[in-house]
Structure formats: structure tokens, C-alpha cells
Design a protein around this ligand. Structure first.
Ligand code: MF3
Ligand code: CO
Length: 250
């Protein structure tokens, strides 16, 4: 396994890729309305990405047929946008997107509440976001990768939530998925030592109920085994000697 260290010029491009994706998420989040189809969300997202001169990295990735993953309620990740699927008041909708800017990738996800949602759903969204921030307390040079994993998992488990184990975060750079894999729960070993210049996509996927998931027949959509709600929060992060730089947040 080898984890790439980005040069200053590569970091500048990663920063730009991240900043653009942050704007895409901010703008796309504001477009969400009850009654719209998940395909419409994808269409607007793709247009936003292209309006910044970027390429949507998910489109055709391993055959994935859209630019934005739209995952509703018990769908964990990789929901396929559909002209037949309408979001409704009370739903929680996870949007995952990636862009390529001058050959460099960023990857980020947000879970949105559509109108008023149950207190349980709102809490899940908030805690999933907090899991990310717990994790990145250890995202600095000299720490070990799995300190991030353990911190994310421990925080989610305090609330009795299920931490998805079958999907992980990842390194990112000239490819969407690079080494290392970044699990969201405690590992037996401490993992590689983090160094300045590494860029990581850290992405807790948290369920109200069991951690166990299943794949739908479309071979993409991941759902919770027990039908409970799931949330996702992801950012592309730069490791430095000090505090991590969250590239995909403005
Ligand atoms: N954001 C996802 C990840 O972090 C990638 C989506 S896979 C795709 O792994 F096929 F939908 F692009
Ligand atoms: Co990712």
C-alpha cells in the first residue's frame, strides 16, 4: 500500500477542486424541494459541476449511471437517481458528489432534511456530521490513520447507532479512490502514520439501527438491513503538520 503525498502545486489544485465541490453542495442543497425527482437533483447537480468547468467524477465510474448519488431514508449510499422517485416532506436525502478539476478529485457528501423531519432523523444527521469532526481531531501528521476510524466509531456508538462496516473512506487525488482505506470503526492495528500532504476522503455512514447493509438488485443502492434511517457526511481533507484543512467546506 502506498499513500501519495501531494506537492504544493497539487495541493493548490485539490483546494480548488474542494472549494468548487463545497459550492456545488451548498447550491444543490438549496434546490431540494418536496415533489422533485431524484433525477432532477442529479441533473441540477451535474449542471452546477459543469458550470465550474469540472467533470462529474461519478458519472460512468465502474458503470455508475449518474453524477450525483441520491440516497433517501434507509438508503445508505449510491442511490441511483430516478425520474420515478420523488422526495417528500419528512425524508432525509443524502447527496454524494465528486468533481475533477484539472485532473484532481474532490469528494463530499451531505445529508439534508426535506422540510420538517422527525427528531430522530434530525439527530442522526447531526450526529453523523459530528462523527466526521470527532474523527478529524486525529487527522494530522504523526497520528495514525485508525485513530480517525476509532474516534468516528466510538462517537456514533455513544448514541447507539450502527456504524456501516462494508464501506469505507479513502485516499483521493489524481484518482477518486486511492490508498488508504479509511474504516469508520476501531481497527485491530493502528494503521499507517499520517504525513503532511496526504489527502483523505473521510466519510462516516451511520444508521439508526443495525450496522448491517444490503445491496439492491440494481447492484448499486446500499440500504440498511433493518430499514432504519441512514446518514452520510463526507469531506476531502488535507493532512498538515497542524490542524487538518477541510478542502470541501467553504
Ligand atoms: N463518493 C463515493 C465514495 O466515496 C463514490 C461513489 S461511487 C460512484 O466512494 F460510483 F457512485 F461514483
Ligand atoms: Co468518498
Amino acid at each position: 500500500m502506498s499513500i501519495s503525498i501531494k506537492s504544493q502545486s497539487e495541493i493548490a489544485l485539490m483546494r480548488e477542486a474542494g472549494k468548487i465541490l463545497a459550492k456545488v453542495h451548498e447550491q444543490l442543497g438549496k434546490e431540494l424541494k418536496p415533489g422533485m425527482t431524484t433525477w432532477e437533483i442529479n441533473r441540477i447537480g451535474e449542471e452546477l459541476i459543469r458550470s465550474y468547468g469540472c467533470i462529474p467524477s461519478f458519472l460512468n465510474y465502474n458503470g455508475y449511471p449518474a453524477s450525483i448519488c441520491v440516497s433517501v431514508n434507509d438508503e445508505v449510499v449510491h442511490g441511483i437517481p430516478s425520474k420515478k422517485r420523488r422526495i417528500q416532506e419528512g425524508d432525509i436525502v443524502s447527496l454524494d458528489a465528486g468533481v475533477i478539476y484539472k485532473g484532481y478529485h474532490s469528494d463530499a457528501a451531505r445529508t439534508h432534511a426535506i422540510g420538517e423531519v422527525s427528531p430522530e432523523a434530525a439527530k442522526l444527521i447531526q450526529v453523523t456530521r459530528e462523527c466526521f469532526f470527532e474523527g478529524i481531531k486525529y487527522a494530522k501528521a504523526g497520528c495514525h490513520l485508525h485513530e480517525i476510524s476509532a474516534a468516528v466509531g466510538a462517537y456514533a456508538e455513544k448514541f447507539g447507532y450502527g456504524v456501516v462496516r462494508d464501506l469505507v473512506g479513502h485516499g483521493i487525488g489524481t484518482h477518486l479512490h486511492e490508498d488508504p482505506q479509511i474504516p469508520n470503526f476501531k481497527q485491530r492495528m493502528r494503521g499507517p502514520k499520517l504525513r503532511a500532504g496526504m489527502t483523505l476522503a473521510i466519510e462516516p455512514m451511520i444508521n439508526i439501527g443495525t450496522w448491517e447493509v444490503a445491496w439492491l438488485d440494481d447492484d448499486w443502492t446500499v440500504v440498511t438491513d433493518d430499514g432504519s434511517l441512514s446518514a452520510h457526511y463526507e469531506n476531502t481533507v488535507l493532512i498538515t503538520d497542524g490542524e487538518p484543512e477541510i478542502l470541501s467546506l467553504i
